[in-house]
Write a protein that binds this ligand. Structure first.
Ligand code: ADP
Ligand code: MG
Length: 351
């Protein structure tokens, strides 16, 4: 997964540098210091920047934020032995297991989003995700029989969770829980909470494209977050969004994929068909107050397609979106128009 994302990781480096351009001098007028730490974490590239009273304070706050992200990875990874998700999947069809309250919180959000997104978002999609193996050693196009069989085991009614007891039980032994479409957003929100608790009022967290911009830059202006060019081989920002105290999350078909017989297969699977969503969209960006919502809604809108995706975005209070089609058309939700600036004139806002 990490190897496959090398180019993407470089891109993220670039974008975070663009974001922070204009505040490169280490000392601002308020004498705050810009501190930045980068890490490979949650299977992706993480970057946390924070303005702080001193380098020491800033580094301590950022380290604590990374500790929390690591904790979340150790609870919610499908592959880390002993994680809550690993244990749930191992005990599928056997027995209920105790889970950490944080895992419970993400499971409950995930379940709720299943109905909100007309089941486009499904945290029980693990058997299909494993079958495709995007980014894994075994990635390949499965047979239609394999897909049909895996699709029989994604029914979330078979996932029983008890908030009171913090327990979870997958009643079908072949269902696998996968929080890959939601845990990163949760981790961004949690790292922002930790930064704030440690006195940080201004900064940017970026976990593989799930971004939160805290406060404003030291001159009081908004942060400007770049939107990747979704075309393979491109590395520019096609637009930027000016925000403060908001999350910006993008899901795209260019992020993780493999090519077989000239066809590209990516990592966002439509539960209805069991194959990667292919409806003319190449990228969906969600602007929201919390990254967990942005993470889910970007993936779900990508699957639902332009019309249904935009409808979903407009129906959620406080949520805005920017959707890009294969033919370089950009659709922006009603409340976001003033915050978006196109940087690459090959792409046009059409609505
Ligand atoms: P990224 O991880 O690149 O930011 P997304 O946020 O769009 O991408 O999430 C994609 C991940 O979510 C996949 O790698 C997989 O683990 C999981 N996933 C794929 N399809 C779905 C789906 N329909 N519902 C829920 N999770 C999904
Ligand atoms: Mg997502």
């Amino acid at each position: 997964m990490i190897n496959n994302k090398k180019s993407n990781i470089l891109l993220l480096f670039l974008i975070i540098s663009i974001t922070l351009a204009g505040c490169t001098s280490n000392k601002s007028s308020k004498e705050l210091t810009l501190v930045k730490q980068e890490q490979l974490i949650l299977g992706t590239f993480g970057s946390i920047s924070a303005y702080s009273n001193s380098e020491k304070e800033g580094n301590e706050a950022i380290s604590k934020a990374y500790d929390r992200i690591k904790e979340i990875e150790n609870l919610m990874s499908t592959s880390i032995e002993g994680s809550d998700v690993y244990n749930m999947n191992k005990k599928a069809g056997v027995e209920s297991i105790a889970v950490n309250p944080s895992t419970m919180e993400v499971l409950l959000e995930g379940l709720e989003y299943s109905s909100i997104t007309k089941e486009a978002f499904n945290i029980g999609l693990g058997s299909l995700i494993e079958l495709w193996g995007i980014g894994k050693d075994w990635q390949k196009v499965p047979t239609s029989e394999e897909i049909a069989d895996a699709k029989k085991h994604i029914d979330l009614n078979k996932l029983e969770v008890s908030k009171e007891n913090n327990t979870a039980f997958i009643k079908d032994p072949k269902i696998l829980v996968d929080l890959g479409g939601i845990a990163k957003g949760y981790a961004v929100d949690e790292s922002i909470r930790i930064l704030k608790e440690n006195g940080i009022k201004s900064g940017v967290v970026n976990l593989g494209g799930d971004v939160y911009a805290l406060g404003t830059k030291t001159d009081g202006s908004k942060w400007r977050i770049g939107i990747n060019n979704p075309e393979i081989g491109s590395s520019n920002s096609i637009a930027r969004i000016s925000i403060s105290d908001k999350s910006v999350v993008t899901s795209g078909d260019y992020e993780r994929y493999f090519i077989e017989n000239g066809v590209r297969y990516h990592h966002i699977i439509d539960p209805k068909t069991g194959i990667p969503a292919n409806n003319g969209l190449v990228s969906v960006t969600i602007v929201s107050d919390k990254s967990i919502d942005g993470d889910v809604l970007s993936t779900a809108s990508f699957i639902l397609g332009l019309d249904e995706g935009l409808k979903l975005i407009e129906s959620r209070p406080g949520v805005e979106g920017l959707l890009i089609t294969k033919d370089r058309q950009v659709y922006v939700s009603s409340g976001l128009k003033d915050a978006v600036e196109i940087l690459d004139n090959n792409f046009k806002i059409v609505n």
